[in-house]
Design a protein around this ligand. Sequence first.
Ligand code: GAL
Length: 340
Amino acid sequence: MRRIRMRLAAALLLLPLTAAALLCGCRDASERDAVKIGVSVYKGDDTFISAMMESFLAAAAQFEQETGVRVNISVADAGESQKTQNEQIERFLSLDYDVLCVNLVDRTDAGSIIDRARDADVPVVFFNREPVQEDMLKWDKILYVDSDARESATLEAQIVIDRYNEDPRSIDANGDGIIQYVMLEGERRHQDAIIRTEVSVETLKEAGFLVEKLDGGIANWNRDQAAALTETYLTAYGDKLELIICNNDDMALGAADAVAWLGLDFSNIVGIDGTEKGLAAVREGKMLGTVVMDLPAHARAIFESAYAFATGADPADALEVREDRSVRIPMYIEARKPVE
Ligand code: GAL
């Protein structure tokens, strides 16, 4: 299989791929010369999103190889500007792309993109940054692919619960019967940040734990911002701090960086994503655990929905589409093994 490594730094990349495999329920693909898929991501150097794009291109390349259908994919980096993303969408539409895959910059701002796409009759697969329900109901040729934020937070809390059950003192180090924690949050209006922050703690409480939030802050999914915040927390709270809950792995890695700077022995840090570096940190004992998003499954679902739409088929023929027009990808826990 041809493997394509990509850098999303460039404003617009044109990546013609050649592949095969398939997805049932679609119009005879051989009738088509090539399927054109325009992708716009909110921020090309986001660790999780760039890994997802790599998987997406690999899925398309495999499809080309297996079916002989040509797939032209163009990936644009919106650089965190909704205005830039809207321009990229306009450009795809003017170039007669068959389908759009959009990782919104501002998830509350999908309305105008949907209107423009509907006018041009070009379906849209949104992913990772969830449009509000009102926008999702605007048209039937749109779909949202992601994992379930509640489930990711429940599993993140489960990592802590499992560890506590194996060895209570490894979590409640001071033995006061309360877990003292800090929370590192992603972007303010991102559905994952909001839900993960709330549900992780809710799950601990429902499992019968007493918890005390010592502090917390927004680190925007970012490793450096998380490291800076964690350094202040570790300095302020010292041994009192028993757990660092992070909305994603990059922030968990930042927390681990701060631990290393201060020369501390502390690794009760949990994250979500299952990035390569996150998983390595779990293996190396720098993090307690992470919730692994199945990136190849995300990528396949986005590609299969896009291809189905592009060929006039219904993605629901190949994928399990929920009533709210979403496709949800399962995930699993990867946790540090207890010390014997
Ligand atoms: C989250 C992910 C973060 C970040 C964000 C971008 O689902 O956990 O690491 O990639 O999406 O929208």
